[in-house]
Every structure is written in C-alpha cells, then in structure tokens.
Design a binder for this molecule. Structure first.
Ligand code: SF4
Length: 64
C-alpha cells in the first residue's frame, strides 16, 4: 500500500498528524506533510486508512 497527500486540498485540520504521526507531520503553517515514501510497512496500513477516512478535505488517499 502507498499513501498520497494532495497538499492543494489540505486545510490544516491536523487530524492526520494526531491519528498517524508515523506518516504525517505538520509544517509551520499547520499544513500536513507526508513523511513516508514508497510502499508502507504493513504495520502502518491501518494508520494510513484511518488518516484517509478522517481527512475532512479528502486530501489523503491510499492505493494498494
Ligand atoms: S487531516 Fe487532511 S486537511 Fe487536515 S491536515 Fe491532514 S491532510 Fe490536511
């Protein structure tokens, strides 16, 4: 699984960082930053799905 962040959609609610700090950080303006690349560790796939389903802007997507 891979996770993608559309920074143009992100409005900085920081839910992703709260729910999945292993995958996301926050910049100085409160916008999300994706901190992983490539295929996710299988142990983080649940976190990726959780972040994607909780982003109110639909800025996070996952692909298998
Ligand atoms: S939850 Fe969505 S809108 Fe909020 S900071 Fe994360 S990516 Fe951006």
């Amino acid at each position: 699984m891979r996770v993608q962040l559309d920074v143009d959609k992100c409005q900085g609610h920081n839910r992703c960082y709260v729910l999945a700090p292993e995958l996301f950080d926050v910049d100085d303006l409160g916008q999300a930053i994706l901190i992983v690349e490539g295929d996710l560790d299988p142990g983080l796939e649940g976190k990726a799905r959780l972040a994607a389903s909780n982003c109110p802007e639909y800025a996070i997507t996952t692909t298998d």
